[in-house]
Every structure is written in C-alpha cells, then in structure tokens.
Design a protein around this ligand. Sequence first.
Ligand SMILES: [Zn+2]
Length: 328
Amino acid sequence: EEEEKEEEEEEEDKLEDRKRPNDEPNTFIDDIFGGETASIVTCLRCNRESMRREKFLHLSLEIPPMFLPKPPSFSHQQGGGGGGKRKGKRKGRGGQQQEAQRIAEEKRREKEREREEEERKKYTLIDHRTLDDDDEKTSKATLLGCFRHFSSPELLCGADAFFCEACISNDFGLTPASKQIIFHSLPEVLCVSVKRFTAFQKLTLNVDFEEYLDLSSFVLNEREKENAYYRLFGIVVHQGSMGGGHYVAFTKKLTNSLSSERGVWYYSSDEQLQGGSLKKVMGSQAYVLFYERVERGEGEEEKGEKGEADETKGVKKEEKEEKKEEKK
Ligand SMILES: [Zn+2]
C-alpha cells in the first residue's frame, strides 16, 4: 500500500515539474493574458480550508449541462423511434453491440449524476462568490452562465473524498469536502473559449454574450474586483462540423488605438477582410472570445452617449478630446 502511495506521489511530482514554476520571470504573454485561479477546498467535517493557486493564459468553459442536448443515440432510444430520422443503413452486429454499450454507459452516468445530486443535498457547499439570487435564473445559455457553472462549488465525496490533514490525524479518514474554483486575479486581456466540441458532436447552440462583461462576483479578494470589467474586442467563430470546418474572426480596433478607426469592427476569413459590426458580432456563434480590461462603468457611459453626442456626463477629458479629433 505504501509503495502505491509513493508511486502516486512521484506521479504528482512529475506533473508539478511540467508546470512553469512560479518564480520564473513573466514574459509579455503572461503580462497580457495571465491570470490566476484559486481552487479552494473546504473540509466539511472540520471546516479547514486549503487553497491552491494556478496560473492560466486562457479559459475553456463548459456550457452548463442543462442546456446540452442528450447524446444522439440515447435520445433516439428514449424517443421510442417515433422520429423519421432513422439511419437508412442497418447496423452490423458489432455496431449494435457498440450502440448497446454506449447506451448502458449513458444510463450508468445518468444514475451516477442522480446519486451525486442526492448526496449533495446532505451538505451545504461553500460558495465564495458574490452572486445575486436572480443571476441563477436563466433560461438561455449565456457566457456569464458558463462562468457560473465553471465556478460553482462541487462536492468531493465517495471515490473523490478529500484527504484532510487535520481529520486524518484524528483518525477520521477521508472526508467529504466542498471544492470551488474562482479567480484570484484576472488578466489584462481575457481569452475565453466555449467548449463546443464533445466526444459525440459539435454543440451548435447559441451561447449569448454581451459586449461588456463584469466578472467581479467571481473574484476572491475585494481589491481585485475592481479589475474585473471587460469589453469585447474580438471573437473567433468555427463554421462547419465535427469533422472539419473553417475559422473566421471578428476583430475591433483597440481602445488605445489612435487612428480614426478606433472601435471599428472587421470581419476576416482567410485573405478576405471586410467591414463588420457589433450587431453581426453579437449574432455570431462565438467559439473563442477576447475581452480587454476597461474601467468600471465604461459600458454605462457609452450607452448614455448614444442619445446625445455632446452629453459629457462622466466622460473623461482625454476621451472627449480624442472624439473631437475623430470628428475632424
Ligand atoms: Zn477536516
């Protein structure tokens, strides 16, 4: 048994080695895209809390399961074959066996999910976020919803139970724990992709996103909350299917760009470059999104400006002057 443990520890050491050590100097890539997540585990027996920080350059977010379609073969069986979409070809014996295995696997997972759900009800998980109750009530898949899913606390129990040092030394053994991943710090430029490719299919559902993104509820420390406001400046869209496709992009001139094209959107597909618009961007099925950090409340100012061009309420002097330049 001890040998096994040692082997496991060695494996972990190897994993650690592959990560960039924390004391290595940052490159400009880290300075621009680098943020840090905090993984917080709370022992539900003694409330001891442990935190592990991890750097990221990019986030890949799952779409919350409730918005996902059932795997095709499973829903087909459930539907009783009423639909007209049966495959023309009859499957061979091997195919049928595979199909049966897949269904059995799906059912097993479904049961496991239900069991976990039941188990979860016994415990109160620890949530470090500062969300409003209303935030949870969404009927559509949204980018913010993906962030909520990413950062929602989960229960570690059963085979995943927690090795709590305090409880182990009191001979309690492994304990149930609450685990949550939230942000310790956020990057200057946030690069986030939506997981659209599963083992079965490409998920083509719309995941709504906003031009402005406020992640302050997902940030652990108060001071960092001020740095959690973002504005969209680019998206990548995947056209096509699981088997193959084509990437196109919408990009915007950045805030600090001095040219008169500041804020103009472009659409690019290979060598083709043409004008885009925020409306077209918003109507797209984004796969990767790029957000730049902005001052808190910037979105509100711009909304106010739309009605009256000379309305200067809250607009910074610098910006006003730049805008006059643009008009000329
Ligand atoms: Zn404990």
